[in-house]
Design a protein around this ligand. Structure first.
Ligand SMILES: Nc1nc2c(ncn2[C@@H]2O[C@H](COP(=O)(O)OP(=O)(O)OP(=O)(O)O)[C@@H](O)[C@H]2O)c(=O)[nH]1
Ligand SMILES: [Mg+2]
Length: 384
């Protein structure tokens, strides 16, 4: 198959992405996303019928009718787990042909915390790549809820390809003392929404440079479970500067400090048809100045006519870069070259090292170093 045919084939078979909101907070979040962006395939799952009826989303799955009888689990994680196990065939049906499942939930309650680890397991069994985006509780919610969320995170690590953790507490600081609670939660939803919209955009056909499903796949499978996430928006002439400044000081990236020690980073930019190469370069150069030299860096640019005059960015940051959680598909030390050519037909990859495995002996077989990914050893170009 020629490069063009491959590219067309991939374009036709854009990855099927399903966004699944689990528990009341997750269900509300995806309902809001679906109402703003009808292109998103979204389903809301909860034990609580009142919530599912109120949020106005087309696809809902009510679980645990014989267990909680249409009520919430009342914070009982075990009831949340049982509820989803009972209705697991229904969940499986939703997952047919799904390439990427994005699960959205607030941890700390019973349904989300009990059900999400079960759903991730089912989804992986069904062959989907699983990205779990969870908000962890604010401090004011207390120690018990924090513990429930922690336990759920531990279980999640076993089955998720990657977890994007939005630490709600990082969304507020002392100067926010007067912030109404409702708005604090709204911030958390907004962050999730921005992230999912950007990811879907970058993975769809609008992706112009670099970031395709294979790249996200590699990042998620290698980021040692947790990914941090931040987004930024700018408009007008200074948009590139604003976006870079925002990311470099972002609360969710520990005021930007997290970038200094990052092991793996994905940056996705979205702009309108007026987006200039110099603007992409400004954002990427400023971020790279902060990142360690040996970082695994991966970026993409998407063009969307709704973004004329604007620039929006998302970053996924892995603080640790260890062996994959689920399998041994380890692809260490790749980075994209800094020379961006928006029309390029293939990704330009270069080998930068073996990260924390740099001191281990190479695995030589038939005179080939098996620690170097196959497509680098054999000079296979990955299609965009
Ligand atoms: N963004 C947002 N987060 C919320 C809201 N309410 C609760 N949360 C967060 O989500 C966590 C889980 O709450 P819910 O989603 O309501 O709980 P659940 O999964 O439905 O579980 P049960 O109701 O106990 O069955 C809480 O600990 C909060 O951190 C909200 O209105 N908005
Ligand atoms: Mg609930």
């Amino acid at each position: 198959m020629s490069m063009t045919e491959q590219a067309t084939d991939r374009t036709v078979r854009a990855p099927k992405i399903l966004v699944m909101g689990v528990g009341s907070s997750g269900a509300r979040a995806v309902a809001a996303m679906a109402s703003l962006n009808p292109d998103i395939d979204a389903v809301a799952i909860d034990t609580d019928t009142k919530v599912l009826e109120a949020i106005g989303i087309k696809k809902t799955i009510h679980v645990g009718s014989t267990i909680t009888r249409g009520l919430s689990s009342g914070g009982d994680v075990e009831l949340g787990r049982q509820s989803i196990e009972k209705d697991s065939s229904n969940i499986r049906k939703q997952l047919r042909q799904v390439d990427l499942l994005i699960i959205v939930a607030g941890l700390g309650g019973g349904t989300g915390s009990g059900a999400v680890p079960v759903i991730t397991r089912i989804a992986r069994e069904a062959g989907a790549l699983v990205l779990t985006m969870v908000a962890t509780p604010f401090k004011f919610e207390g120690a018990k809820i924090a513990r429930v969320a922690d336990d759920a995170l531990k279980k999640l690590r076993t089955h998720s390809d990657a977890i994007i953790r939005i630490e709600n507490e990082r969304l507020v600081d002392r100067s926010d003392a007067e912030l109404p609670v409702e708005q604090a939660y709204a911030r958390s939803h907004q962050v999730m929404m921005d992230g999912i919209f950007s990811l879907v955009r970058l993975l769809s056909r609008n992706g112009l440079v670099g970031l395709d499903f294979a790249c996200i796949h590699t990042m998620l499978r290698n980021c040692d479970g947790f990914c941090n996430f931040a987004s930024a928006d700018g408009s007008g002439e200074d948009r590139a500067k604003v976006v870079a400044d925002t990311l470099l000081t972002h609360r969710l990236l520990n005021k930007g400090r997290m970038l200094e020690g990052a092991a793996g980073v994905v940056i996705g930019l979205t702009g309108g048809h007026d987006l200039k190469l110099s603007e992409v370069d400004e954002v990427m150069t400023r971020l790279q100045e902060k990142l360690p030299e040996e970082v695994w860096l991966n970026f993409g640019v998407a063009i969307d006519s709704g973004f004329e005059g604007r620039l929006s960015a998302i970053t996924l940051v892995a603080e640790q870069w260890k062996e994959a959680l689920v399998d041994n598909n380890r692809q260490m030390g790749l980075s994209f070259t800094k020379n961006v050519n928006p029309g390029q037909g293939e990704l330009m990859l270069e080998t930068t090292g073996k990260g924390e495995f740099s001191r281990s002996d190479p695995t030589i077989h038939n005179n080939e170093d098996l620690d170097v990914p196959t497509y680098i050893r054999r000079d296979i170009k990955l299609p965009r």
